[in-house]
Design a protein around this ligand. Structure first.
Ligand SMILES: *[C@@H]1O[C@H](CO)[C@@H](O)[C@H](O)[C@H]1NC(C)=O
Ligand SMILES: *[C@@H]1O[C@H](CO)[C@@H](O)[C@H](O)[C@H]1NC(C)=O
Ligand SMILES: *[C@@H]1O[C@H](CO)[C@@H](O)[C@H](O)[C@H]1NC(C)=O
Ligand SMILES: [Ca+2]
Length: 308
């Protein structure tokens, strides 16, 4: 009887130790980490699949939602984007397989959705600004820029400054006084006279088309008379794009007396001229036209004192 008990005891321990690796495998977990945490356009980005609960050799299968074919399969727990761009946005999964089991981790790779948010520039400054970490992929023959601003400044200020090495005013939306907008392409500008706003935010869109040089301007969805500028010109795409400061050099040359104070939101840029209808629609909805950058998917970097 005693031996039988001992036998039974060892039998059970044996069963337990056999089961142990399976027990551990059931606890294997995986999660995906992004480095850096906030992706920067055109910089490298690394997704790593971190596994806990299994020290042994593993295989990693990387997939992206909507793409049937695996992106990568092998011993590497790292998925590397050498130059991150918006085509890489989406949902990624990493499936880890070891002799003891599998685990799956999912990760949404998005840049910030700023819906119902605004950048607040609290005071005049000689350096605070927001850098856009996206720019056109090709030189531009057509484009539209839209944004909303809210300020009580009466001195000159810059709303959107797009500088290339060759031309600091490659694209510039500037308000020299409360009743005037200046819009620059390639260093030349046209002006649009507007009524002085009574403590209201202003939604401005402006478009330019190289083949005709036609500039369109909309204030709160309403079109202004068209003007002409820089027919046949090509806007460079190697640009530094910023809100809050006016560049007099590539990424530099700020003037505190042209800095913005107040709120800026709903910033968009497309590589096409918009129609009146599209500008009106923008008030209620996103357009089907994919922007170079848009408020729902806004890659930015704050420098200095700016709040969201
Ligand atoms: C994005 O990067 C991929 C390489 O990963 C490249 O093939 C593609 O052309 C890039 N797309 C854009 C729009 O820059
Ligand atoms: C900006 O202002 C600070 C102090 O307000 C000053 O020390 C600094 O030199 C200024 N920088 C430039 C580039 O003018
Ligand atoms: C620019 O816009 C004009 C007028 O709408 C159009 O004819 C032309 O094809 C466009 N060019 C590009 C490169 O999109
Ligand atoms: Ca300038």
């Amino acid at each position: 009887m005693g031996t039988l008990r001992i036998c039974l005891f060892f039998f059970l321990v044996g069963l337990c130790s056999l089961a142990a690796p399976h027990g551990a495998a059931a606890k294997m977990t995986a999660r995906i980490q992004s480095s850096p945490q906030v992706p920067a356009m055109y910089h490298s980005l690394m997704l790593s699949c971190e596994v806990t609960g299994d020290p042994g050799p593993k295989e990693f299968l990387w997939k992206k939602e909507g793409i049937h074919k695996p992106l990568q399969h092998g011993p590497s727990d790292i998925l590397l984007f050498r130059s991150f761009n918006k085509t890489h946005l989406g949902t990624y999964t990493c499936m880890v397989t070891s002799p003891w089991g599998t685990a799956v981790a999912t990760y949404n790779l998005w840049v910030d959705d700023l819906m119902n948010k605004a950048f607040v520039f609290p005071r005049a400054s000689n350096d605070s600004h927001v850098l856009l970490q996206a720019r056109p992929e090709h030189p531009l023959l057509n484009f539209t820029v839209c944004l909303r601003s809210y300020t009580d400044l009466t001195r000159p200020y810059s709303l959107f400054s797009y500088a290339t090495k060759a031309q600091d005013n490659e694209i510039l939306l500037f308000k020299p006084k409360p009743t005037e907008y200046q819009f620059y392409v390639g260093g030349e500008y046209v002006t649009f006279r507007v009524p002085e706003s009574q403590a209201e935010s202003e939604r401005v869109c402006v478009s330019w088309e190289s083949p005709s040089g036609i500039v369109r301007f909309w204030l709160n969805g309403r079109p202004w008379p068209r003007k002409g500028l820089q027919k046949g010109y090509e806007v460079g795409n190697e640009a530094v794009v910023m809100l809050g400061q006016e560049q007099d050099a590539y990424g530099a040359g700020f003037d505190i007396l042209q800095s913005f104070t107040g709120e800026i939101s709903d910033v968009y840029m497309w590589d096409a001229g918009l129609t009146n209808r599209e500008v009106r629609m923008l008030e209620y909805t996103e357009l089907d036209l994919i922007p170079i950058f848009g408020w729902r998917n806004f890659p930015y970097k704050i420098e200095g004192e700016v709040y969201l």
